[in-house]
Unconditional design. Structure first.
Length: 187
């Protein structure tokens, strides 16, 4: 539990010391501003340490073991889904279009900090820059045009097909007269 308190204390410190009065255009801008601010904040002398935190970075790095190799495919968010009829996939709160020709099929959806990609049967069917604004619908004009063409073809096919002949049973109405006590059934 001690580690959890350290993380929460650092987050609280960033919320009160770094975030107030700042605005960000995206994750890259946030990281750039945080990097500049961290250089300034870590360069200040701390009485408790007897030096600035930046003075201890080289000794800290020398004491660390190297990170194990990480497979590139394991980074980010990944899910396998059946593509919906509206040919959009949702990541967080944003919707991203997919080639409508693959709706109803299973696809792999991957997202990292910068991009959202969708592959179906090994073929790339969507690649979009990740939106960090909540509740956005990304539009791809090529996907929209393909969906419009498919919709028009379905409508044309539906209108061109003759209505199917439906066979309906014809009931002998004299049966109702017998049930209500009126007459005899003529067979």
């Amino acid at each position: 539990m001690r580690g959890k308190g350290i993380v929460e204390r650092n987050n609280s410190w960033l919320e009160t010391s770094f975030l107030p009065g700042r605005s960000f255009s995206g994750p890259a801008d946030f990281n750039a501003q945080l990097g500049e601010w961290a250089l300034l904040a870590n360069g200040r002398f701390k009485r408790v340490l007897g030096c600035a935190p930046a003075d201890r970075i080289d000794a800290g790095r020398a004491a660390m073991a190297p990170l194990p190799p990480i497979a590139e495919a394991s980074l980010g968010w990944h899910n396998r889904i059946r593509l919906p009829r509206d040919h959009y996939v949702r990541i967080d709160t944003c919707d991203y279009p997919v080639d409508p020709a693959v709706t109803g099929r299973m696809a792999d959806v991957r997202a990292d900090l910068a991009q959202v990609t969708v592959t179906c049967e090994g073929r790339l069917v969507a690649c979009h820059d990740r939106s960090w604004v909540a509740h956005q619908t990304v539009t791809d004009l090529a996907h929209k045009a393909a969906a419009d063409v498919m919709r028009a073809e379905r409508l044309r096919a539906k209108l061109a097909a003759p209505p199917a002949a439906v066979e309906v049973e014809q009931r002998d109405l004299s049966r109702y007269d017998v049930l209500l006590g009126g007459g005899e059934v003529v067979a």
